[in-house]
Design a protein around this ligand. Sequence first.
Ligand code: ADP
Length: 329
Amino acid sequence: MIEVKNLTKYYNNFCAVDGINLEIKKGEILGLLGPNGAGKTTTLRMLTGFFKPTAGDIMVKGISISDNTLGVKELMGYLPESAPLYHNMLVYDYLCYVAKIRGITGEKIDSRLKELSELCGLSNIMHQSINELSKGLKQRVGLAHAMMNDPEILILDEPTSGLDPNQIAEIREIIKRIGKEKTIIFSTHILSEAEATCDRIVIINKGKIVADDSTQKLKNYAASGDSLFFSLYNLNGDNSFADEVLKNLRNVGSNIEIVKKEPLEKGLVSFEIHTNSHDSKYSGDSGSFIKDLRKEIYLKIKETDWIIAEFKRESKTLESIFHELTKGN
Ligand code: ADP
C-alpha cells in the first residue's frame, strides 16, 4: 500500500529524518513511536505530501508522491497534532463546509455527516459551537474532517496528546473501529498508546528507525529479557560464600549471566540472572526466553546450608525496551 524509500529531510544542516525505509500493508494500524524531536511529525508531513523530502520517495498504491502529490493526497486523510478547526462555527456547519471543499454535494452531504457523526461519536454535539467543546471532542471533529472523503489511509499526528484518560480511551476505540477498514498510521510518544491500538510498532530515534515489528513480537522481545533475582543468607554471617554460589550456579542454564550485587548486610548476598542474548540494539529476533530456572536454582541451593531470603522473577516491559532504544535523545 505505502512504500517509503530512503526518506530523508534536512532543515538547513540538521537531519530530522535520516533515510527511513518502510513498507506499510493495506489494513495495518501502524504506530510511529519515538520521543519528542525524534522526527515523527516531519515523517508524517512528508507522507501526507505537506513537506517535500530532501531525498528519497514515497509510493502510495504505486503512485510516487513526488510525481503526483495531489493524486496521493486524495487517498489520505490527515489529522495534525492540533486539529485545524474554525472555532466560531457549529460542528454541523463546519463539517458541511469541509464536505463542500471535498466536493461532496446535495443530499450526499447529510448522509456523509450522519455516517461520520456515528463513527466519531458526534451525534450529541452537532449543533454546538466548536469553541465550547473539550479538547477530546474537538479531536473527534478533526477526525471526522480527516475522514470526510472516505480516505483509504488515515494519518494521525499524536491524536491523543493532551487528552484525559477517558478521552484517550474514546479516541483509541474510534481508531480501532476505523482501522477495521482503513490503513492507519499514527504517531505517539506514549508507548501504552501504541501497544493498545497498533498491529505494528515502528520506533524512531534521532530520525532513524531503531525497531520495526509487530506489537506481539516486540512484546516477546521484551519478555526475552526477563531476569531472576535472589538473595541468600549464609548461616555463619560471612559474605565470602558469594563466589562459591557463583561457581555452583554457573551451569544451571545455558546462555545466562549471573551477576553478584553489592551485599546489603553482612551475610546476605544478592544475585541477578539474565540472558546474554540482549544487546541494546533491537535485532528483530525475539531471542530465547529465559528458561524458568527457579527450580534448578532452588535444587542447587538445597544441597547447601545457604538460606533463601528473597526470590523473584522480573519481566522487562516494552517500556524498558523503548527507553533502551531511545536513550540519549
Ligand atoms: P517529533 O514529531 O518526533 O517530536 P519533529 O519531526 O517535530 O519530531 O522534529 C524533529 C526534529 O526536527 C526536532 O529536532 C525539531 O526541533 C526539528 N524541526 C522540526 N521542524 C523544524 C523546522 N521547521 N525547522 C527546523 N527544525 C525543525
